[in-house]
Design a binder for this molecule. Sequence first.
Ligand SMILES: *Cc1c(COP(=O)(O)O)cnc(C)c1O
Length: 387
Amino acid sequence: METCSAILNVLRDVVKPTGSFIPLHEPTFAGNEKAYVDECVDTGWVSSAGKFVDRFEKDLASYTGVKRSVAMSNGTSALHLCLRLAGVDSGHEVLIPALTFVATANAVAYCGAIPHFVESEEQHLGIDPEKLGAYLSEIADKDGEQTINRKTGRPIKALVIMHTFGFPSRIDELKAVADKWDIAFIEDAAESLGSYYKGVHTGNFGLVSAMSYNGNKIVTTGGGGSLLTNDDALADKAKFLSTTAKEPHPYEYVHTEVGYNYRMPNINAALGCGQLETLDEFLKQKRALAKAYINAFEDVDGADFIQEPAGTVSNYWLCALRVNPATLQDVLEKTNKEGIMTRPIWKLMNKLPMYTHCPSMDLDCAEVLESEIINIPSTPKLGLPWM
Ligand SMILES: *Cc1c(COP(=O)(O)O)cnc(C)c1O
């Protein structure tokens, strides 16, 4: 059968459309979310302080095994503070994947720094550590504690890795590159709550890491994010900066530097506490859905369902296919027309108008992935046996 029709048939078979539109990923509220939000409204504790913010921070830390979590207004603000805490400042360069969501690059720009785009590899969909290592040997010099881009003369301050769709990157190899060059190592773990690398939850490996709870993520707080770190001093500083850099005082306004209003409101954290209670159930359903897709796509020529690499556990946040670029537009058109949402992966960051001038290494593999990957419906309940 022709590839496009075969893909459409598999999607129909797995997601069983009943006439209503099937989105890529919709939020699921099946637990205590409503009761916790009601409690905020009833008590008046809806804003930037309250018991749910503290509880959400503790619950997330215990779930991920990261020592400290600081709740933020969204994942982008968490990433911005990750970079600030790693010392990223105006005129610095930050290595990030070209194949990522735009927030990774924007957070770098917020610091007045310059994103420097690096190549992906096709097993984990993260940065290619071997190619990055070779590239740095070619373009960078160590100057005391600093690593300088010889071509631009600017310091390369940090490496931000990103766990695409929940597939953990090759973290050990990437960390070794960062360590070799004395570059701060940061995880954009916005997509990987519930994903593990060699048995350890993502977000544990960076000096600091960022998570997101936007409406389409595996767990949502409406809008929200966290900065994660195993370093108490950095966590304290993150909390301070995210609460307008206000020094503790019983009644006066005391601010000692330019801070941010990045704190997660209590009403959002209430939603998050309920969501975390059901996360393990979401993960089970998503794994069942991935399994159904794996079986169903096995016999389809020209479409490969992307599976978690050995040594990792993926949350399967967004299920993804690699399809022949010649049929990709056709697949997108026909599936969306039928009310089954599919979407191509992001455009490479170096092609966006505000980032075309930024430095970049060769992106041959990222280009291929950009031309082949689409996301398919991934809402947890689609994995339930009676759906
Ligand atoms: C969702 C996401 C973010 C940003 O999170 P927001 O909460 O939407 O600000 C950052 N990076 C990646 C890779 C993401 O997928």
